[in-house]
Design a protein around this ligand. Structure first.
Ligand code: SF4
Length: 242
C-alpha cells in the first residue's frame, strides 16, 4: 500500500463463458482509515469494473455472505480492514472446496447439503408442555460457543481434510451437530450421533485446528468434534454395560 491506495489482486472466472480461464485482475483502490475489504470491493464494482461478482448482505459480520480468502487467510470482507493488510497486492480468492459460480461467488449447495444432514433443528423428545420448553441457565451455558455460528463456510473451506474427502461432513456441520446434542431440549441425540459417527464424520478430523484458527466468530469446531467423539464413545460404553 502506498500513496493512499492499495492494489487488490482479485480472482476472476466465469465458468459459463466458453474458453475463459481463471485469472487474477488488479485494481487500485483509494484507502482511508476504516476502509474494509468489502468497501473496496464495492468501490471496484461501482467505479472500476461492474462485471466483478461477489456476495454481501449485512455488512456487520452477522450473515457470513462475504466470506472469502483474503491476503493469505480466510475472513469476512466486511470485518477485515484494508490498512493493516500492508503494502503488497491484497489477493482475494473465493472459498475453497466449493464450485465457482463466478469470481468470488461460490455455490454453497454442497455446504448446505452437509449441514442439512445433521438435521439442524430441535427435535423435541417429549410432548409439548402447556406453555413452553424451558431451559435452566446451566443448560443454556452448555450451548455457549456453539450457537453463535453464522454458517459462513470458512471453517469448512479452511479444513485440509475437506480438500481430500468430498463426503466429509466438515467442521461447520459437526459443530452444529454438537450444538443440538448438547441441547437438553433435543430428543434426537442417538440419531444425530449415528449420523456423525462414520468415516466421513467425526473420525475423519485430523485435529489440524485450521477451522478453529480461521473461524471469524472465534468458535472452536475442533473442540466440538472432540466432544462428539467422547459422547459417541460414552454412548457405546453405556450400551455395552447395559
Ligand atoms: S464455525 Fe465459524 S467458520 Fe465455521 S461456519 Fe460457523 S461461524 Fe463460520
Amino acid at each position: 500500500m502506498g500513496g493512499g491506495s492499495a492494489t487488490f489482486k482479485i480472482f476472476r472466472h466465469d465458468p459459463s463463458a466458453e474458453g475463459e480461464e481463471p485469472r487474477f485482475q488488479e485494481y487500485e483502490v483509494p484507502v482511508r482509515p476504516g476502509l474494509t475489504v468489502l468497501d473496496a470491493l464495492f468501490y471496484v464494482q461501482e467505479r472500476l469494473d461492474s462485471s466483478l461478482a461477489f456476495r454481501a448482505s449485512c455488512r456487520a459480520a452477522a450473515c457470513g455472505s462475504c466470506a472469502m480468502h483474503i491476503a493469505g487467510g480466510y475472513g469476512l470482507a466486511c470485518q477485515t480492514q484494508v490498512e493493516p493488510l500492508g503494502g503488497g497486492p491484497i489477493v482475494l480468492r473465493p472459498l475453497a472446496h466449493l464450485p465457482i459460480i463466478r469470481d468470488l461467488v461460490v455455490d454453497m449447495g454442497p455446504f448446505w447439503e452437509k449441514y442439512n444432514k445433521i438435521r439442524p433443528f430441535l427435535v423435541p423428545g417429549e410432548p409439548a408442555p402447556e406453555k413452553e420448553r424451558t431451559q435452566s441457565p446451566d443448560d443454556r451455558d452448555k450451548l455457549e460457543g456453539l450457537i453463535d455460528c453464522i454458517l459462513c463456510g470458512i471453517c469448512s473451506s479452511a479444513c485440509a481434510v475437506g480438500g481430500t474427502d468430498d463426503a466429509y461432513l466438515g467442521p461447520a456441520a459437526l459443530l452444529n451437530a454438537d450444538r443440538f446434542v448438547q441441547d437438553t431440549r433435543d430428543g434426537a441425540t442417538e440419531e444425530r450421533l449415528r449420523i456423525v459417527d462414520g468415516e466421513h464424520g467425526v473420525w475423519r478430523c485430523h485435529t489440524i485446528f485450521s477451522c478453529q484458527e480461521a473461524c471469524p466468530k472465534g468458535l472452536d469446531p475442533t473442540g466440538a468434534i472432540m466432544t462428539l467423539r467422547r459422547t459417541i464413545i460414552r454412548h457405546r460404553w453405556k450400551k455395552l454395560v447395559r
